[in-house]
Design a protein around this ligand. Structure first.
Ligand code: NI
Length: 188
């Protein structure tokens, strides 16, 4: 298994709706292995394939103290209630956290890594939040799109929350990221 580099906001692969997986085969299982490895290396609780540059509908979830698992072609089939998420983050938007409203309870359907149908139910917890976040990713949506107000996004200075400042123009983030990627000469 290989740790693959994370793609950042401004990379078009994060914005295109990912393609459905037709068959869960060894190539998909290798992808899932790489995704779990990459998620752990980056200390994330979830990762979607576009975040490592693969435009397929595959997500992995790695809630602390639980066995990581994958969902292929995940779809939210039911959602209810609302819950305010404080300080949600994304590996593709490093250095920022945002507060937003998501569903409290979700039922997500998808295939496991053997191609067998699974239904995941979660309510009022990190898994419920992460499932919505990752399904958003395969639809080309990032949490910064779901902010109600500019004040709901903060930029972190290192890990010091005391100095976190609201970001006045989240919309400028993507452009800023694109420019810095170009300046770094990073291949994306
Ligand atoms: Ni994310």
């Amino acid at each position: 298994m290989t740790v693959r580099p994370i793609r950042y906001l401004g990379d078009p692969v994060l914005r295109q709706p990912a393609k459905r997986v037709r068959q869960v085969d060894d190539a998909i299982r290798r992808l899932i292995g790489d995704m779990i490895e990459s998620m752990h290396a980056a200390q994330g609780v979830g990762l979607a394939a576009p975040q490592i540059g693969v435009p397929l509908r595959v997500v992995v979830l790695g809630i602390p103290d639980e066995e990581p698992f994958a969902l292929v072609n995940p779809v939210i089939v039911r959602q209810s209630g609302t819950r305010r998420m404080e300080h949600e983050g994304c590996l593709s938007v490093p250095g920022y956290r945002g507060s937003l409203t998501r569903a409290d309870r979700v039922v997500v359907r998808g295939l496991d890594e053997q191609g067998k149908e699974r239904r995941i139910r979660a309510e009022g917890n990190l898994l419920a939040q992460a499932l919505q976040h990752e399904v958003d990713h395969v639809n080309g949506v990032l949490y910064v799109d779901r902010l109600d107000s500019r004040d709901d996004l903060v930029k972190l200075d290192g890990t010091d929350w005391a100095t976190a400042q609201p970001v006045q123009e989240p919309a400028a983030l993507a452009q800023q990221e694109t420019q810095s990627a170009a300046a770094d000469g990073v291949a994306r």
